[in-house]
Design a protein around this ligand. Structure first.
Ligand SMILES: Nc1ncnc2c1ncn2[C@@H]1O[C@H](COP(=O)(O)OP(=O)(O)O)[C@@H](O)[C@H]1O
Ligand SMILES: [Mg+2]
Length: 242
């Protein structure tokens, strides 16, 4: 097991955003997480990375209990993430954005950071933009940079938070191909995504979160066929249409 969440709880005031969530993820898994807006999906990532402290429960990563560690230390152990709202360093070039991640976050010193980062830009389809200020990137390129920045920290577990939203279908398909390649290279992936036609082909297990609780967990097609999930899925479609 690369990641085990046991009895995780997080409340904001009276609102229980994470309500006794337990989840085991095997190394090499490609796990999807869906659920309506406000279900607590991003919060779950924040708890795993340490951006937000747990109220109760344990998080075990590669055999080590980590819920008391700082985000920096968790990144150093191999947990990488993208954020739902990309926040690159706009004044820096694409390559510089990656160099920051490679050198100051994640799993320690990389001998050749520049060539290492250029290789990641290649993987993420951004090689041609290496010298461009991040502020000038298109939406697709910003999503790709978010992915590349997460990869630059050399994660063994990659957490992706809604990186397909707002893209055209061909753009989303390109991004999915990139993510599949990353997974094939041995990185465990947990991907929160509203865009189901992008998510489903890239995963082998699907978890549904609703009101801070696990509603379903299993084979993606079987999970999507559950009546309770159909109801949520319609909710998501409405969110997308809104
Ligand atoms: N820092 C915070 N302070 C107060 N409420 C928060 C905070 N972060 C998230 N929430 C609330 O927690 C709920 C779950 O948020 P979030 O995890 O972002 O949901 P999701 O990613 O599933 O849309 C929402 O109702 C949100 O408003
Ligand atoms: Mg979210």
């Amino acid at each position: 097991m690369i990641l085990s969440l046991a009895g995780l709880k997080k409340s904001y005031g009276a609102l229980a955003v994470t309500s006794n969530v337990s989840l085991d993820v095997t190394a090499g898994a490609a796990l999807g997480i869906i659920g309506p807006n406000g279900a607590g999906k991003s919060t779950l990532f924040n708890l795993i990375t340490g951006d937000v402290a747990v109220d109760a429960g344990t998080i075990t990563f590669m055999g080590r209990q980590i819920e008391h560690l700082s985000p920096h230390k968790r990144a150093a152990l191999g947990i990488g993430r993208s954020y739902q709202i990309p926040l690159p360093f706009d004044g820096m070039t694409v390559l510089e954005n990656l160099l920051v991640g490679a050198q100051f976050a994640g799993r320690g010193r990389i001998a050749q950071p520049r060539s290492y980062c250029l290789e990641i830009l290649q993987t993420c389809g951004l090689a041609a933009k290496a010298g461009m200020p991040a502020a000038l990137l298109t939406l697709l390129e910003r999503k790709r940079l978010e992915l590349a920045r997460a990869l630059a920290t050399k994660p063994s577990l990659l957490l992706l938070d809604e990186i397909a939203g707002g893209l055209t279908d061909p753009e989303a398909a390109q991004l999915v191909a990139t993510i599949k390649g990353i997974h094939a290279a041995g990185i465990t992936i947990i991907w929160i995504e509203h865009v189901l036609h992008a998510l489903i082909p890239a995963i082998s297990r699907l978890v549904v979160l609703s009101f801070g609780k696990l509603l379903a967990d299993g084979d993606p097609h079987e999970v999507m066929a559950l009546p309770a999930v159909r109801e949520i899925y319609l909710g998501i479609e409405e969110d997308l249409a809104a």
